[in-house]
Design a protein around this ligand. Structure first.
Ligand code: PRX
Length: 571
């Protein structure tokens, strides 16, 4: 179904023409919004929290509107400033200092945000982990980062490995527990004893702030390293793209275990002192519409997979709710189907604005501004200060309408600064001055970018990036599995689902029970979103002569496509 282009809407949104703006733009203009442009002293926690707490007009404003099925809380900027000071004092007491890695493995809660800013205030690097991770996923990330402190809840403690983590000195437990011993720190006791004053650790713009682990096509997940300087772009895009204004009530549905949940679930709104809604618990259409209605959300940043689920819940579901305060909707994470945009026009009487970026890019790069005509299916155009192009494998730019590598000219403010422990991996992203994203796309004559797919084997299931290698490694740990090859298979609701092909060890027979057992094994060992939805037993898995699994061939077989060049296939 073709969906027509959607013209700009007059009215509430900021209709500044950013295409014009880019002609004379430099990032220095944005830096003027920060006090560090004069003092040279910087800390994200100051710009996002303490600065507002110092402002008599803002200190009692609600920063966080938190709700989950069994808890509801309002936290002001002043509250958040003081509680994060307390937590910074706790960390300091236990020897945490600048550059240390402190990880968070807990559900979204007010304590999460308190701890998060406490970590930044001591100058340490925060590593948020998605609460659905199981032991292997937690182990890989703690080991690689060398985290010295982990903040978690008694419920999740069972998934925290008790061995092989020589660097992990302390575990802070948030909530009632019966652990004793030197290793454990009780959050409540320590917070009660801690002062609400703290001397901020001022750092350099290029000092570390955040580690987000993400998946590639080979190897274990990699630690994408971000620095305080990223705030320049979080601040700017919050204004240009999210269109945030003082009185907005903003809701970003992403979990802070993923980059959207930090860059746009924490930094972007709070750098502007905007009230931020955080909803814990599982997704249901009724609950999401209810959240939009109850908090009178005005700006909403979400993902195609959620929008598709809302769409399939039907018109009744949305019409039951009064959503008139909602004025701006944005999407990220996977291709936004034109059908969903068209549904959004009916359901909300609003355009849905697609945005493109990655964990590695730290902030939005290609977007649909409110001031642009939306071409459904296109991700939009680059923001001011960012040069995007389509390049060939040598880094030469390609003409319009030709498919190639989606690439960004090196040097935007929120760009990752390293892959933790893996300098060679970091270097491999760049060719000829271009950051090569791994996505294929083309650009039309008018400069709109159109996503075509991934160029590697990375799977995008419901907007979550899954590396096939991680899943394959877990599968072969199951006693019945000899070899495994994992691919993404197109799915109308989830974008892709994970399909695994396996061979069995001698003595095992294919059966529904066995396949279910293997699925469960991945689910409980790694994480639910990485568990294959489909498992197929084969006599052999195609491999190259050098022993690499030919996932591309598996995919062609699955989709009934031509198999292409198989000259490297093992006999
Ligand atoms: O393939 C692209 C897809 O998600 C990848 C990045 O995933 P992650 O690092 O987890 O970050 C997601 C949120 C920032 C990209 O390489 N992707 C992201 N946004 C879009 C997209 N695919 C199509 N359209 C988008 N708007």
């Amino acid at each position: 179904m073709a969906v027509e282009n959607i013209p700009v809407r007059e009215g509430k949104p900021n209709l500044k023409d950013y295409e014009k703006a880019r002609e004379s733009f430099t990032w220095d203009e944005v830096k003027k919004n920060f006090s560090w442009s004069e003092t040279g002293k910087v800390n994200m926690a100051y710009e996002a929290v303490d600065r507002h707490a110092e402002d008599p007009k803002k200190k009692n404003k609600t920063a966080l509107l938190y709700s989950s099925p069994d808890r509801e809380e309002k936290v002001t900027f002043s509250d958040l400033s003081q509680s994060s000071n307390q937590f910074a004092n706790v960390l300091k007491k236990y020897g945490v200092s600048k550059g240390d890695r402190v990880f968070l493995f807990m559900p979204r809660s007010p304590e999460f945000y308190t701890s998060f800013f406490g970590i930044l205030k001591v100058g340490a690097i925060a590593g948020p982990l998605f609460e659905a991770f199981m032991e292997q996923a937690v182990r890989d990330r703690l080991q690689d980062s060398g985290a010295s402190v982990l903040i978690t809840t008694p419920d999740l403690l069972g998934r925290v490995p008790q061995d092989d983590l020589p660097d992990l000195k302390k575990i802070v437990l948030v909530g009632e527990h019966d652990q004793s011993g030197d290793k454990y720190i009780d959050y409540e006791t320590e917070m009660n004893a801690a002062s609400t004053d703290f001397d901020m650790e001022w750092v350099d713009l290029e000092d570390g702030m955040l580690l987000h682990y993400t998946s590639g096509s080979t190897g274990k997940p990699k630690g994408v390293y971000h620095v305080h300087n990223a705030m320049i772009q979080h601040y700017a895009t919050a204004e240009w793209v999210l269109d945030l204004k003082e009185d907005d009530v903003y809701w970003c549905t992403a979990d802070p275990g993923w980059v959207t949940g930090t860059s746009y679930g924490i930094f972007a709104p709070w750098l502007h002192g905007v009230t931020n809604v955080v909803r814990g618990g599982r997704f249901t259409p009724e609950d999401w519409y209810g959240t939009l209605e109850k908090y009178e959300v005005t700006v909403w940043y979400t993902a195609p997979t959620a929008l598709r689920k809302l769409m399939s819940a039907g018109e009744e579901a949305v019409k039951k709710h009064a959503l008139s305060p909602l004025r701006h909707i944005l999407s990220v994470g996977e291709p936004l189907n034109p059908e969903v945009i068209s549904w959004g026009l009916d359901a909300f009487d609003l355009r849905i604005h697609d945005t493109w970026w990655m964990t590695e890019t730290g902030a939005q790069l290609i977007v649909n501004f409110p001031s642009m005509e939306i071409r459904p299916g296109s991700m939009g155009k680059p923001i001011p200060g960012v040069e995007a192009s389509i390049v060939d494998n040598e880094g030469n730019e390609l003409p319009p309408n030709q498919m190639g590598n989606l690439a960004i000219k090196e040097g935007w403010p929120s760009m990752m600064r390293a892959i933790w422990n893996r300098p060679e991996k970091y270097e491999s992203y760049f060719i000829n001055g271009w950051y090569v994203s791994g996505d294929s796309a083309y650009k039309d004559e008018d400069g709109y970018f159109w996503f075509q797919g991934r160029l590697d084997d990375v799977i995008n299931t419901s907007g979550e990036r899954v590396g096939p290698f991680e899943v394959e490694s877990k599968l072969i740990e199951h006693p019945a599995v000899s070899e495994a090859g994992v691919i993404g298979k197109p799915d109308p609701e989830r974008g892709e689902i994970i399909k695994a092909f396996i061979t069995l060890n001698d003595g095992y027979e294919d059966s529904d029970e066995l396949r279910e057992d293997i699925r469960k094994f991945v689910k409980t060992g790694l994480s639910a979103h990485a568990a294959p939805r489909e498992l197929e037993v084969k006599d052999s898995i195609p491999k190259t002569r050098s022993g690499k699994i030919m996932r591309r061939l598996l995919k062609s077989w699955e989709l009934g496509l031509p198999t292409g060049d198989t000259s490297t296939l093992e006999e």
